[in-house]
Design a protein around this ligand. Structure first.
Ligand SMILES: [Zn+2]
Length: 394
């Protein structure tokens, strides 16, 4: 009896923890989870992984998506600034082709959706909802008919710039590093016409990469709620890709949503320095990996994988990622924050955030912070569905 009494608290604790875990998974699986940014398609051009099947590389495939409670994904269509007039639009279409091929290969598992009602139908049909986000205005090559064409193929958002400015909108990167050589700042008249055209078509405007001036110029122009598909809070990490408090408040006033990025470099202000030390230490190997892959990002990924224990030390704690979500929710309201991981697009994510199977950890952390099930529904997908509907009208 005495022995039993001694074990009783431990028994109770174990039972409560098990129940809590069950509840978390129940709440997590019941919620619709949509991630607004993943780069697997751009990588697929290089590594040819079939994400319809379970993979040991990368962060997303349809098998792991199910385990992580991920109901839909905005696939990022991206090419670098080395693609310009005559090549960028074509490259974007090649990536869309590869998504279409995936959908054709697994028609029972995945379906293209263009609006919120199609998204909800996909979830009801237990099919993975695939959406298309075009990350970089250079892919429209200054042509309105290219916007129409990408919209026809399913583009649900256009990130007005990537790190490179376009002839009609400046980027956060260039405002920061090439400020004096820029011919203009923000949005031009043609840029304003593009915003109107996107509004008319019901394509969401993504302000994750554009400059602060472009950000405000768009808010003064758009008649629909905008998004930042993969950015964090500048107050927690002053990086040009993150949004300042005033920007976050303006975004909320517009009815928009910021989807929090998981990349260690946007989450943690100390990451860049620590990562540079790590890369410097293994410089010779990194250089030879760049020679093999002809792609610095991929080479970085490989280096991090080769030195897993060491690179783990460089990663921020998961709590810091949660802090960004919590900070934004407290500043502008739980209706204006969501998830835009940037999985498959960066070399490092917070500890414990290794792939799409780790999303339940976010739900667990938010529950511990006192967020209600209703709040969590909004953060995981409800806010995305609302803003998509506000743009497409259905
Ligand atoms: Zn990006």
């Amino acid at each position: 009896m005495k022995k039993l009494l001694l074990f009783l608290p431990l028994l109770l604790f174990t039972t409560i923890t098990a129940y809590a875990q069950q509840d978390t998974m129940l709440i997590h699986q019941r919620a619709i989870l949509i991630d607004t940014h993943n780069d697997v398609l751009s990588n697929e051009q290089i590594n040819h992984l079939d994400i319809g099947k379970l993979q040991t590389e990368g962060q997303l495939d349809l098998v792991r998506a199910k385990a992580g409670g991920l109901d839909g994904q905005v696939f990022s269509i991206w090419c670098g600034p080395e693609y310009g007039k005559g090549t960028a639009f074509r490259y974007a279409n090649r990536e869309i082709d590869s998504l279409y091929a995936l959908i054709n290969r697994y028609p029972d598992k995945i379906v293209l959706v263009r609006n919120s009602s199609e998204l909800l139908k996909a979830v009801a049909d237990k099919k993975f909802a695939a959406l298309i986000g075009v990350e970089g205005g250079h892919m429209i090559e200054d042509r309105m008919d290219y916007i129409d064409s990408l919209h026809n193929r399913g583009m649900c958002y256009l990130t007005l710039t990537w790190n490179n400015s376009t002839s009609w909108a400046t980027s956060a990167y260039e405002e920061r590093f090439k400020h004096d050589s820029l011919k203009f700042h923000g949005l031009t008249d043609y840029g304003r016409q593009i915003v109107h055209h996107l509004n008319d078509l019901g394509v969401m405007i993504d302000l994750s990469h554009p400059s602060e001036q472009t950000f405000y110029d768009v808010l003064a122009t758009t008649n629909k709620p905008v998004i930042a598909s993969h950015s964090c809070a500048y107050a927690l990490n002053p990086h040009q890709r993150n949004l300042k408090d005033a920007q976050l408040k303006a975004l909320a006033k517009n009815g928009g949503v910021v989807f929090v990025n998981f990349y260690s470099g946007f989450v943690d202000s100390t990451y860049a320095k620590k990562a540079a030390v790590f890369r410097h230490k293994h410089k010779a190997q990194l250089d030879s990996l760049i020679n093999i892959y002809h792609d610095e990002d991929l080479a970085n990924d490989r280096l991090y994988a080769l030195y897993r224990a060491e690179s783990n030390e460089v990663r921020p704690p998961l709590s810091l990622l949660i802090k960004h979500i919590d900070y934004i929710a407290k500043l502008i309201g739980v209706d204006h924050v969501g998830i835009g991981s940037d999985f498959d697009g960066a070399e490092s994510y917070p500890q414990g955030m290794d792939d799409v199977t780790d999303y339940p950890k976010i739900t667990a952390a938010l529950l511990r912070l006192g967020y209600s099930e209703k709040d969590i529904d909004k953060i995981l997908g409800g806010n995305f569905i609302r803003v998509l509907k506000a743009n497409t009208g259905k």
